[in-house]
Design a protein around this ligand. Structure first.
Ligand code: SF4
Length: 356
């Protein structure tokens, strides 16, 4: 690390002075209420700040207190979360809200926060430092990147040893009375100036103490990037069964990917299988209904974080007096009822193929 001139302010002090002047007025920064900060931190785990702002307001409109969230049915919580993705976060919030209410209040340190579902080391440290001033480092991807550039960490910053080195370096300069602000400032610097590619070093308040800036022609080359693996592509068929203006939908298992959301029956095609055959097979396997013929209604594509999907949608109109019995996880719903159900974005795209 470069030698510091006598009398010069520390890097942490300059970072905090910059943060005090420049911090974006994000809605959760006005809140010292643990419930609201917690909701914000959970949203920010996988959602960009601009998007998170919208979902944050919407979620808190529906559930303004932890007690209201704890009392709500999980389906309503998932519905409010719709569009934000990573639905496990919403299920965990709901589950954790019940525990907080049962315990009589929120935790007061990082170890206590870690006990709650959905709260990992970063979120726990961020909340404990922000709400109770605990002197702990909250290290997310932004913090790792900034610290790697400050210290010229040439290894993979996410690898455990490098991560431990970076955390120790930050802990050494954590201002004991402003740990929460320091963590926020680090994140702010990473989001606004010290971006993954082409960091804006000329505007940076800590350039004089950044080894990547002082020693490299391209500070943005740190940390080294891991090769991004190509996302798998899934091809699937979707069965839209209609009976007297109602659709057959089913609820996914409560845990796992898109857990608890409602969708049309369907699934992955087998190798060499025609989409209409896959549609018939999947419906039979999932509901016991063997139906045909199938009218193609279109194809939708959707990108998830770990894979992409191509859904071939088919419709079958049942012309019988009463709707057939279906398993307990399925139901017949009008379009209006369908709109009220929490559902994956890809399912909404399929429904949009059908004229209202
Ligand atoms: S000088 Fe550049 S690389 Fe260093 S912390 Fe600032 S923005 Fe990041």
């Amino acid at each position: 690390m470069p030698a510091r001139q006598k009398g010069r302010r520390s890097r942490a002090a300059r970072l905090l002075a910059w943060y005090d002047r420049q911090a974006r007025p994000l809605p959760w920064r006005r809140d010292v209420d643990p419930y609201r900060r917690w909701v914000a931190e959970i949203l920010l785990q996988q959602t960009r700040v601009a998007q998170a702002t919208r979902y944050y307001e919407r979620f808190l409109d529906a559930f303004p207190t932890v007690e209201r969230l704890a009392r709500a049915p999980v389906g309503r919580v998932l519905k409010r979360w719709e569009g934000a993705g990573y639905y496990a976060r919403a299920r965990h919030l709901h589950d954790a809200a019940r525990r907080v209410v049962a315990a009589g209040g929120f935790p007061h340190d990082a170890a206590g926060w870690r006990e709650l579902p959905g709260v990992g080391p970063y979120t726990a440290a961020a909340l404990a430092s922000l709400l109770d001033g605990e002197p702990v480092v909250a290290l997310d991807a932004n913090g790792l990147r900034v610290a790697a550039r400050w210290t010229l960490e040439r290894g993979d910053a996410r690898a455990p040893q490098a991560r431990a080195r970076l955390e120790a370096a930050l802990r050494a300069e954590l201002p004991p009375r402003r740990a929460g602000d320091f963590n926020e400032a680090l994140m702010e610097l990473g989001e606004t100036l010290c971006r993954p590619r082409a960091p804006r070093c000329s505007a940076c308040p800590v350039g004089q103490d950044c080894r990547a800036f002082l020693e490299l022609a391209e500070p943005g080359s740190i940390p080294v990037r891991r090769r991004v693996r190509e996302r798998p592509h899934v091809v699937a068929a979707v069965a839209i069964v209609e009976h007297e203006g109602r659709w057959l939908v089913q609820r996914r298992a409560p845990r796992g990917l898109l857990g608890g959301l409602w969708e049309f029956p369907g699934g992955k095609l087998r190798v060499g299988e025609a989409p209409s055959d896959g549609c018939r097979r999947e419906l039979l396997e999932e509901t016991g209904l063997d139906l045909g013929p199938w009218e193609p209604v279109g194809t939708v594509r959707h990108d998830y974080s770990h894979f992409t999907v191509e859904l071939h949608a088919f419709r079958h109109r049942l012309r019988i007096a009463s709707a057939p019995a279906v398993p307990g996880t399925a139901r017949w719903v009008s379009r209006k009822e369908f709109e009220r159900l929490p559902r994956p974005r890809a399912t909404s795209k399929v429904a949009a193929l059908l004229a209202p």
